[in-house]
Ligand binder design. Structure first.
Ligand code: 5GP
Length: 203
């Protein structure tokens, strides 16, 4: 048996870009990815199920998890805690299965520090792509307008630096296909495949 760890994929991006929608659409299709269900202190929304959508925790319970080191990252977002359980992620990766996280940007940066070998995917809104095209093609908008939008977009563009891939969420199905392609490509990486063969030969 080849002892090979799974790959950790992290989908993140600016607030409101549609990370959750892309993640749900991805998992509606057949996939070998394991979704890591997050912990949160926010109240369940209608239809949300504990242990399926999130593990819903009180603030005290969540702070205990933090102090015990049970989360690989956590962030406070709009007044609520969100965090990724360490045991599930580490155990699943050790079993050789890929793990998929869908988290906001502060948390993704923290995962990057602890799992530099993870594959970081940044989802961007189509407005950012359009903005780039407009600037490149010198469209009809006044320079002033473009400048203002560019300033607003700068923060998002700067965030990209911490990621390996950028996917435009122009249409959910397109974005899902791109994420699936990234997963396939990562499994074809020369160093990963070569290592597996080398280990097999040693055995
Ligand atoms: P919502 O409350 O709409 O379900 O999620 C709000 C935000 O929290 C989304 O951007 C989602 O990606 C992010 N999020 C969900 N789980 C986690 C997590 O475990 N850690 C971090 N840092 N963010 C999370």
């Amino acid at each position: 048996m080849i002892d090979e760890k799974g790959i950790l994929f992290i989908l993140s991006g600016p607030s409101g870009v549609g990370k959750g929608t892309v993640r749900k659409a991805l998992f509606e299709q057949s996939t070998d990815l394991r979704y890591s269900i997050s912990m949160t202190t926010r109240a369940p929304r209608e239809g949300e199920v504990d242990g399926v959508d999130y593990f819903f925790k009180s603030r005290d319970e969540f702070e205990k998890l933090i102090s015990e080191g049970q989360l690989i990252e956590h962030a406070e977002y709009v007044g609520n805690y969100y965090g990724t359980p360490r045991q599930y992620v580490e155990q699943t990766l050790n079993e050789g299965k890929d793990v998929f996280l869908e988290i906001e940007v502060q948390g993704a940066l923290k995962v990057r520090e602890n799992f530099p070998q993870g594959v970081f995917i940044f989802l961007i809104p189509p407005s950012l792509e359009e903005l780039k095209d407009r600037i490149v093609n010198r469209g009809t908008e006044t320079e002033e307008k473009v400048k203002n939008r560019l300033l607003a977009a700068k923060e998002e563009i700067d965030m990209m630096d911490a990621y390996d891939y950028v996917v435009v969420n122009d249409e959910i199905n397109h974005a899902v296909k791109k994420v699936q392609s990234i997963v396939s490509s990562e499994h074809c990486k020369r160093e990963r495949v070569a290592n597996q063969y080398k280990k097999a030969l040693e055995e």
